[in-house]
Design a protein around this ligand. Structure first.
Ligand code: GTR
Length: 344
């Protein structure tokens, strides 16, 4: 098949496979009550898909499910969103591409890989920009934080809400007692250029790869180490092979709940409102589940006999990675200033 027709048939099958076809079969979106008010039950019918890389009971997936439940409730059952966990619809990079096309209507992804599609979100991959969770959330809820979500529109996505993802730390199959131990290790990172600069600053070899490949790559020695929050470290079983964990908390990379702009543009204003509100309301569920899972994960890690090292002098780490901030200050200066202003 010729390249262009191949592409066309892919796009066609993507659109046909999506909920949009159902929309065409649904009722008219113009029904009004006698008072002129539109009822939630009146309007088009949709069936959408939401992709997530994590397993069923992970906090983000529980947030996704709450979101789907709220959308269903608020639309009187007209809008159905089915959550596909476990990377069933592809790894994060490929899901983001499918969302851009409208082939997948919703997703929850990390802002880490998303930064390759919307550069301003790369700010979250810069090291030690937040003091703690409270500082991070103050920023995420601020105008500047929300503007980063809105900025996704020019990349064919609609940012609906942020979800919590805690702080990321390094873990390795090799000893890991200080920042110097990272030197020369092959470390898997989320797929974006800032992470490569970060590993360079630490004297490590960055190996960007999809999340789903990390476990077997640790097992076979393709990589020595990786980094993530403790719920991911546990739920993806990385803790069973990389038993040295150093709690350096180098990044806080929030999650994002997204809609495809192709899908969004076809919705009525009323349905957009339903979806936006449901997304915002689902944040509470995700954050509660997040706090619970962080605690559970800590307990599991201890039980499993992981060597856990607490970092006493975080300044030493901050000094090591400062070249990364210096390199990217020109690109992210305004956002970094906004973050700094919210420091206690
Ligand atoms: C997790 C995040 C995932 C994925 C993963 C990774 O913390 O929730 O969406 O991005 O990190 O490192 O690839």
């Amino acid at each position: 098949m010729e390249k262009s027709s191949k592409k066309l048939s892919f796009v066609l099958s993507a659109v046909l496979g999506s909920g949009l076809i159902l929309a065409a079969c649904g009722g008219e979106d113009t029904a009004k009550t006698s008072g002129g008010e539109k009822k939630a039950s009146e309007g088009k019918t949709y069936t959408f898909r939401l992709a997530d890389t994590h397993p069923d009971n992970y906090p983000t997936v529980l947030g996704d499910k709450k979101f789907a439940e709220l959308v269903n409730e608020k639309s009187d059952g007209r809008i159905k969103i089915t959550v596909f966990p476990n990377s069933q619809l592809g790894d994060e990079k490929s899901v983001i591409e499918q969302v851009q096309l409208g082939a997948v209507e919703f997703t929850r992804v990390s802002t880490g890989p998303l930064a390759e599609f919307s550069k301003p979100l790369g700010v979250f991959s810069l090291p030690y920009i937040f003091d703690d969770s409270e500082h991070e959330w103050k920023f995420l809820e601020s105008k500047e934080g929300q503007d980063l979500l809105k900025g996704l529109e020019s990349s064919k996505m609609i940012g609906l809400a942020y979800y919590d993802s805690g702080a990321r730390s390094f873990y390795s199959t090799k000893p890991l007692k200080s920042v110097d131990d990272l030197k020369g290790q092959k470390i898997r990172v989320q797929q974006n250029e800032i992470n490569i600069a970060l590993m360079d600053a630490l004297g490590a070899n960055a190996t960007p790869m999809a999340y789903g490949e990390v476990f077997s790559s640790l097992q076979t020695g393709v990589i020595d180490a990786a980094e993530n929050n403790t719920p991911s470290y546990v739920s993806a079983n990385h803790y069973q092979v990389a038993k040295n964990l150093i709690l350096d908390g180098h990044q806080r990379v929030p999650e994002a709940l997204l809609a495809s702009k192709a899908t969004w543009d076809k919705l009525s204003d009323g349905d957009k409102k339903i979806i936006q509100e449901a997304a915002e309301e689902s944040v509470k569920t995700e954050r509660e589940e997040w706090d619970k899972m962080e605690k559970d994960s800590e307990a599991k890690i201890k039980q499993a006999g992981v060597n856990i090292v607490e970092v006493k002098d975080i300044k030493e780490w901050q000094k090591k990675v400062k070249p990364v901030i210096d390199k990217y200050r020109a690109d992210y200066g305004d956002i970094l200033d906004a973050i700094d202003k919210l420091r206690k």
